[in-house]
Design a protein around this ligand. Structure first.
Ligand code: MLT
Length: 428
């Protein structure tokens, strides 16, 4: 028999259906509650609200579990690569040899961007943050591919938009940075893998001198896999809500990029490095800053520690910590800022204050360290996150369209003035 929950309001009982997911997550379906009782639910930040049913990513914050389409993140990070994971997220299954070849060949075919895009890029001053430029470049694709304005056109058209988005992302991302430093752009080299192609376009010296480094490419690829999806986080929810209005895939992705930009979401890894630089500038005394972090009145908060959904540990951080150690060792990086990071990490992992409060280093902490060690500029950290998150946004946008979800339209509890008469300006 179907389970129900009972809610009593003013002595009247309402029966609410209970929905159970494949991992036994339980939700109370309040979809008809307003029609039946006139009452809405209130949940600021939607922290306890399931906004959709999704078959893409499973996350258990208490147990530190993250799975894409049923595959453990640990297994994917150890054995797969970013484009294979992108295929898995978007199409639901790991690709066969043939499917993988077609998918990656199709991506290579579309890495170039329309040359007129450069005119749009040239319009940005070099003070423009690369995230704003990236969001604009994505949105501009609706002009180059106007057929994308109808997201229900055909599955072939959707496939092409998906491939174009994944193919052009490294080009847009690198160009957004080139604009910020005032350098000429480099064009995509399709003989390289996804991450090396991006690094070559980002390269400061003439691109011909670029030597791909497998250690760098592997570390980046792993980071992209770890960031590829994270169920209904802020940017993904944004992509879904924008997509629910039947907006094109490019404008939905552009909205996701804007949501990711904020320091509370994708900008967190950038904040980690800024904090470490501040500590170094102050003399590098980590004990002093640890004491400040413990003092509620200091106003200082350690960036990159703890997580809003993982209550015990961030499974992505466990994987990436090892990659960070390997990268630092292999590249022989000698950087006082990264030494401070290592000291903070050590203290946080053994100090009972941090252990009791579950303030363990999270994925943003280690990704910031790796990006810095790889020589990726701080302003590009959030762009790297966007590059990783792209397959997740695409998969969630596609799922929403395929499930024919209704337009997103939350309710509110109004707390403003009651009806009052208009007073002409001279009488106020
Ligand atoms: C993410 O990966 O999106 C972040 O960890 C934030 C979140 O999930 O809320």
């Amino acid at each position: 028999m179907a389970k129900t929950a009972e809610l009593i309001i003013d002595g009247k009982t309402y029966k609410l259906p209970i929905i159970e997911g494949t991992e036994h997550e339980v939700a109370i379906d309040i979809g008809n509650l307003r029609d039946e009782s006139g009452v809405v639910t209130l949940d600021l930040g939607y922290k306890n609200t399931g906004a959709t049913k999704s078959a893409i990513t499973f996350l258990d914050g208490d147990k530190g579990i993250l799975r894409y389409r049923g595959y453990a993140i640990e297994e994917l990070a150890a054995n797969s690569n970013f484009l294979e994971v992108a295929y898995l997220l978007v199409f639901g299954e790991l690709p066969t040899d043939e499917q993988y070849k077609k998918f990656t060949d199709d991506i290579k075919l579309h890495t170039m961007v329309h040359e007129d895009t450069r005119k749009i890029l040239d319009g940005f001053p070099s003070s423009a943050h690369p995230m704003g430029v990236l969001a604009s470049m994505f949105c501009a694709q609706t002009a180059f591919y106007p057929e994308s304005l109808d997201p229900n056109r055909s599955s072939e058209a959707t496939y092409l938009s998906i491939v174009r988005s994944l193919a052009k992302m490294p080009t847009f991302a690198a160009w957004a940075y080139k604009n910020a430093v005032g350098h000429p752009v480099n064009y995509p080299d399709n003989s390289l893998d996804y991450c090396s192609r991006f690094m070559k376009m980002l390269y400061a010296l003439p691109a011909e001198q670029y030597q791909p480094d497998p250690v760098v490419a592997d570390a980046l690829d792993k980071l992209l896999i770890l960031h590829a999806d994270h169920e209904q986080n802020c940017s993904t929810s944004t992509v879904r809500i924008v997509g629910s209005s039947k907006a094109s895939i490019y404008s939905s992705i552009s909205a996701g990029i804007n949501a990711l930009w904020g320091p509370l979401h994708g900008g967190a890894n950038q904040e980690v490095i800024l904090m470490l630089e501040q500590i170094k500038k102050d003399g590098g005394d980590t004990d002093k800053w640890i004491a400040k972090a413990k003092d509620k009145n200091s106003g200082f908060r350690l960036m990159g520690f703890g997580h809003r959904v993982y209550k015990n540990f961030d499974p992505r951080a466990k994987i990436i910590k090892k990659a960070a150690d390997d990268v630092l060792k292999k590249l022989g990086v000698n950087d006082p800022v990264l030494d401070i990071a290592m000291k903070l990490e050590e203290v946080a992992l053994r100090d009972s204050y941090f252990i009791e409060r579950k303030l363990y280093p999270n994925v943003d902490f280690y990704s910031g360290i790796i990006y810095r060690a790889l020589g990726i500029p701080v302003d590009m950290f959030t762009v790297m996150f966007a590059m990783g998150r792209l397959p997740g946004w695409i998969a969630q946008w596609k799922e929403l369209r395929e499930n024919k979800e209704p337009i997103g339209r939350p309710r509110q509890i109004y707390t403003g003035q009651n009806l009052r008469p208009y007073v002409p300006i001279k009488k106020r």
